[in-house]
Design a protein around this ligand. Sequence first.
Ligand code: SME
Length: 137
Amino acid sequence: ITSSNSVDERLIAICQLLEQHIDYYNWVGFYFKNGDKNELKLGPYVGEPTDHTIIPFGKGICGQVAVSNKNFVVPDVSAQDNYIACSITVKAEIVIPIFLNGENIGQIDIDSNTPDPFSEEDERFLEFVCEQVSEIL
Ligand code: SME
């Protein structure tokens, strides 16, 4: 990842690294606050294309993290009422907020086809990734 790449290219490279090296990370993407609207917009990602390119705050796992400012680990997506399904193969999800100057400006979203795969180690690692991401934005 070199500084001559654009932000989007660098974010895609991060998605690719994560998806390729961690076998239970099957869809990896970024959502960011869409201007001054109360919604998220899909950014760079790897994995199956999703119809959910805009997510209102409060809706789904991603929309809830936009409001709560907290990590959201979902071991079993079928047990969630407020969930937006992107693919029937997905069993679990983790969403970690990205903070810039203390403000929740987006998130990394990872879907897994493996049930209950995410540990506190994933949370700490992805918090670190999100801190690094906030520094290149
Ligand atoms: N499942 C997410 C929607 C985004 S897709 O996973 C790519 C949610 O419930 O917010």
